[in-house]
Design a protein around this ligand. Structure first.
Ligand SMILES: Nc1ncnc2c1ncn2[C@@H]1O[C@H](COP(=O)(O)OP(=O)(O)OP(=O)(O)O)[C@@H](O)[C@H]1O
Length: 501
């Protein structure tokens, strides 16, 4: 399947919610007309408005109510309280889910509360609320308690579904929290959140009006339903119920519109991500990567000493006493067959994995200085698919930094000029590799780790990209992983064999 097809599929899945679910269908006109006809026929057959008024009688009753200000006052009364309870439930549920996803103890603490809120009948909550609150505001509490678990559980599920690898890359690149949320969390979370809000809103109307029918707050739609029952006014009962259904549908439609409008903004979608993907012509010197403000070579020589590093997974050894020294200005190429621990070694150097034994020491010479900033281009790219190439390249950079300004030029030089405002998810494998590389090169660092950086590139592109790496990384410590000796030649690297010996 092509990347574009994959991204379209992801987008479809995002719209429908969970993977594999069929999109929900709206009732068609003919089906609605069919059931209206059945209703009308049943009403004629029964021949009693008290038992079952027909749709025409109900509509006539609603039309008669509609011009009265008292009717709209009732709609407003219930709407304000139900919307208030819904907003409170949505906010508390979302905040609780973020806290629950962050701290296990919060999740454990909230679990019984959510289970209780889900299982206690609306009638019991209403009666209790009547003891604690004025009847007028009881719908707020009831709706809050009904919406809370729906939003909490969906949002928690959405947060659990976010990509841990992207989160790891975000930590390495010091991506600020707001950008992390927008570009890395929201694209996965948003479908869960929208499903929860739409479901919560329709449930809110049902529960809110049920609470009003029990508590009978003066001036509410619930009171109108109660009165209709007391006076055996079945057409009015149906008409007010229809008004509730229409109000609920209108609110849900408005919510869906708002969600559709904010989705591209909150998810940092390409073309809607604001200043992070804005590139002025002045910022984008075309053509020569070497003219894109490549950092000056370092004066002092630094060393990174890898000393007797060992690592095993589940008892199976992967690295066994790996020792070598990397010097600034002398790139290293870790050479070993596939599956022999090159990525693991790079991850240990980046601080993403801990070694079982041995140490990684930095200094001049290796004198145990704190490890400086590391940038890494990952084997699996780890890009925010819906965000543009430029947004991905800048994701960890402060807007006022020189690297921010040079990002469009570097992408251009790496051959992503035309596509730098396209969503990364629609880019080819080779393009994605170069976007990941641009992100690493732009990040302030002393040590650059490259995990098979030339995969997916043709021979000409490899040479071009290698020239950019050589030029920009002069004077820095560069460690590349590969199983192809030609890659080492491309960046003039010394080969170090790793893996089990
Ligand atoms: N988190 C992990 N849990 C368990 N096993 C792991 C983990 N990470 C890596 N491994 C295993 O360690 C071994 C080395 O993996 P690694 O990715 O470091 O190799 P590699 O040399 O980079 O391979 P390639 O060239 O194919 O990318 C593999 O057998 C892999 O399955």
């Amino acid at each position: 399947m092509s990347k574009r097809q994959t991204s379209e599929r992801t987008e479809r899945e995002g719209r429908t919610g969970a993977k594999g679910e069929r999109p929900s269908r709206r009732p068609t006109l003919w089906a609605g007309a069919f059931w209206l006809a059945i209703w009308q026929l049943a009403a004629i057959a029964l021949g009693s408005e008290l038992l079952l008024p027909g749709p025409a009688a109900v509509l006539a009753c609603l039309v008669e109510m509609a011009p009265r200000p008292a009717f709209w006052a009732r709609v407003g009364f219930s709407l304000v309280r139900i919307a208030g309870g819904f907003a409170l439930g949505a906010v508390c549920g979302t905040v609780g889910a973020f806290a629950g996803a962050r701290w296990r103890i919060v999740e454990e603490l909230l679990a019984p509360l959510m289970a209780l809120a889900k299982s206690v009948p609306v009638a019991s909550i209403t009666v209790l609320a009547l003891i604690w609150l004025r009847a007028a505001n009881l719908a707020v509490l009831v709706v809050l308690l009904v919406v809370l678990p729906i939003v909490y559980e969906n949002v928690l599920q959405g947060l659990r579904a976010t990509d841990g690898k992207l989160e790891e890359a975000a930590r390495l690149y010091h991506v600020p929290p707001v950008r992390r949320l927008r570009f890395l969390v929201m694209p996965t979370l948003f479908p869960y959140l929208s499903t929860a809000l739409a479901l919560g809103l329709s449930t809110a109307w049902k529960a809110g009006v049920a609470a009003e029918v029990i508590g009978i707050p003066a001036g509410s739609l619930g009171e109108a339903i109660y009165d209709a029952k007391v006076y055996f006014d079945t057409p009015a009962l149906f008409a007010v119920t229809l008004a509730v259904v229409l109000a609920s549908a209108a609110c849900t439609a408005a919510l869906r519109r708002v969600l559709a409008w904010i989705e591209p903004l909150t998810c940092g979608r390409a073309g809607r991500a604001g200043c992070i993907e804005r590139a002025t012509t002045a910022e984008s010197p075309v053509g020569n990567a070497l003219a894109t403000g490549a950092p000056a070579a370092q004066n002092a020589e630094h060393r990174l000493c890898i000393e007797r590093l060992s690592k095993a997974f589940g008892g199976a050894p992967v690295l066994n006493g790996v020792t070598f020294t990397a010097r600034s200005g002398e790139p290293i190429c870790l050479m070993a067959p596939s599956g022999s621990g090159k990525t693991t070694l790079l991850r240990i150097i980046a601080g993403l994995e801990t070694a079982d034994d041995g140490s990684v020491v930095f200094g001049d010479p290796c004198d145990r200085e704190p490890l400086p900033r590391v940038a890494m281009s990952f084997q699996d790219d780890r890009l925010a698919d819906q965000a543009s190439a430029l947004a991905n390249a800048r994701i960890g950079l402060p807007a006022e930094s020189p690297a921010w300004t040079e990002a469009p030029g570097l992408l251009q030089a790496l051959g992503i000029g035309e596509r730098q405002l396209a969503p990364a998810g629609t880019c080819s494998g080779g393009e994605r590799r170069r976007i990941g590389l641009a992100r690493a090169l732009l990040t302030p660092h002393e040590i650059l780790l490259l995990d098979e950086p030339f995969n997916g590139l043709d021979a000409a592109a490899r040479e071009h990209v290698a020239a950019i790496i050589r030029e920009r990384e002069r004077g820095r410590i560069v460690i590349m992983a590969s199983h192809d000796e030609r890659d080492a030649e491309l960046i003039g690297a010394r080969i170090v064999h790793v893996g089990l010996r």
